[in-house]
Design a protein around this ligand. Structure first.
Ligand code: DMJ
Length: 532
């Protein structure tokens, strides 16, 4: 049984309900055979627990009282994972930003200043999609009573936008509850002073009480970061749509204009741009950290506009062309990877963050110019394979923060400070896109491998924890349950094992924190807004 069994079942039955369950809970499979042989009902305590669970969450299975009549859905497992993550957050860190699952207390990150409740806001839509109704209700009540933006806090504009604004917008669109719309617009207004720079390229950090902004002290030449100011577009277009106030859309369209006026080295976008001079900083190009979601948002802005945002489309496909020419390489072992570019020299390293690009290339395949649809899908498949290798070549079967293709290694981290895994979603995200767009069963198999590894190495009594070294024999936990584990990793797993009509791509795009936002269809009278 075990790994071999689930491979067989996943590929043969592709969503087979019992198969997933039996393989995941091996002992119970054994009990099933035992009870069949002796024609006895199955009364093991774990079964009773599951029976109660399924009665409470019928969306993931039906329990008729006898094991033979149960129908399990693989999403059952991701829902149970969500329940474990949520219940522990609730028990030990309720209302705080994140959970420390080993020390069983709250964790605060300076990214949100003293805005609180990041896990609650990030998890709202996952709870809704998984139909965890009671939990969604308590989360909503917390937002109503406690989510407060009138605080003296210096926050990361990017992080607060993707997690809080994105989370609130999705919660509104999914549930229709007015409180989420109001809070999203209120927070959006608080973020507006970040754009008060000579070029309108926003600051990275903003004090939301005083309205004073600044950039990260480590950023080249006082620059703003491409992946940060380039990852506001989807949310800000929706803020204008929902508030009737064009100012949000105008701010992000201005960023586009500034970028379009600039010369790009070899057609590439450097990660650093000075908001005062409007000039690039260091010529460092990356599709991972510092660059990543800028490219993602060009494509998704076009998709979210019902394919009317021609400017976003052109910028995306031109950028992919330059990335292919200058950054994408194949290792001698045949693995396609995306290197980093530093002033014309390549660093043959790929970050875990970069792995989202497999899904992005596949998602963009449909609109690719000059009959390149198949090519973009293939590129997505190759990146997915490389990222799967980066997981498979570790002891814990979870991927490192960065892996290299030099010094005789391929898809392996060589530096100690790149061997950690912090519950990141990007590889599973790519499996989910590849599965939806190709229906090749290997993506579900790979997703299942990740589930098994997460359960084995990251699950602890108090929730889920990141790992310090995925190549080690023994877990050293970092003691943080990141809010994106609930908003992204678990949601993408759930979607990977669900039917395609749950949040179909024709109607939804996911922001970079996996918060679904509806496509603004042209026949709904939104064309004008998208083109502002
Ligand atoms: C998330 O907050 C988002 O996916 C962001 O775009 C990148 N980093 C994390 C997850 O790894």
């Amino acid at each position: 049984m075990g790994v071999h069994c689930h491979h067989l079942l996943v590929s043969q039955f592709n969503g087979c309900r019992k198969g997933f369950y039996f393989c995941f809970h091996r002992e119970r499979a054994v009990s099933l055979f035992w009870s069949l042989r002796f024609s006895e009902p199955f009364w093991a305590p774990q079964f009773k627990k599951d029976k109660e669970f399924l009665e409470k969450y019928p969306q993931v299975g039906v329990c008729c009282g006898f094991l033979l009549n149960q129908h399990y859905n693989p999403a059952f497992v991701s829902l149970q994972m969500m329940k474990h993550a949520w219940d522990n957050y609730k028990r030990y860190a309720w209302g705080l930003n994140e959970l420390k699952p080993i020390s069983k207390q709250g964790h605060s990150s300076n990214l949100f200043g003293n805005i609180q409740g990041a896990t609650i806001v990030d998890a709202l839509d996952t709870l809704f999609i998984m139909e965890m109704k009671e939990e969604f209700k308590e989360a909503k009540e917390w937002v109503e009573k406690n989510l407060d933006f009138n605080v003296n806090a210096e926050i990361s504009v990017f992080e607060v936008n993707i997690r809080f604004v994105g989370g609130l917008l999705s919660a509104y669109y999914l549930s229709g509850e007015e409180v989420f719309r109001k809070k999203a617009v209120e927070l959006g207004e608080k973020l507006l002073p970040a754009f008060n720079t000579p070029t309108g390229i926003p600051w990275a950090l903003l004090n939301i009480k005083s309205g004073i902004g600044r950039n990260w002290p480590w950023a080249s030449g006082g620059s703003s970061i491409l992946a940060e100011f380039g990852t506001l577009h989807l949310e800000f277009v929706h803020l204008s749509h929902l508030s009737g106030n064009p100012v949000f859309a105008e701010k992000v369209m201005n960023i586009r204009k500034v970028l379009n006026r600039l010369d790009k080295p070899e057609g590439l976008y450097p990660n650093y741009l000075n908001p005062s001079s409007g000039q690039w900083g260091q010529h460092h190009v990356s599709i991972g950290g510092l660059g990543d979601s800028f490219y993602e948002y060009l494509l998704k802005a076009w998709l979210m506009s019902d394919k009317t945002d021609e400017d976003g489309k052109k910028m995306y496909y031109d950028a992919v062309q330059a990335i292919e020419t200058h950054l994408i390489r194949k290792s001698s072992g045949g693995l396609t990877y995306i290197a980093e570019w530093k002033g014309g020299l390549l660093e043959h390293k790929m970050g875990h963050l970069t792995c989202f690009a497999g899904g992005m290339f596949a998602l963009g395949a449909d609109g690719a110019p000059s009959d390149k649809t198949g090519h973009h899908i293939e590129l997505g498949a190759e990146i997915a394979r490389t990222c799967h290798e980066s997981y498979d070549r570790t002891r814990m079967k979870l991927g490192p923060e960065a892996f290299r293709f030099d010094g005789g290694v391929e898809a392996i981290a060589t530096r100690q400070n790149e061997k950690y895994y912090i519950l990141r979603p990007e590889v599973i995200e790519t499996y989910m896109y590849m599965w939806r767009l190709t229906h090749d069963p290997k993506y579900r198999e790979w997703g299942w491998e990740a589930v098994e590894a997460l359960e084995k190495h990251c699950r602890v009594d108090g929730g889920y924890s990141g790992l310090r070294d995925v190549y080690n024999n023994h877990e050293s936990h970092d003691d943080v349950q990141q809010s994106f584990f609930l908003s992204e990793t678990l949601k993408y797993l759930y979607l990977l094992f669900s039917e395609d009509d749950l949040l179909p791509f024709e109607h939804w795009v996911f922001n970079t924190e996996a918060h679904p936002l509806p496509v603004l269809h042209k026949d709904d009278g939104n064309k004008e807004e998208n083109q502002k």
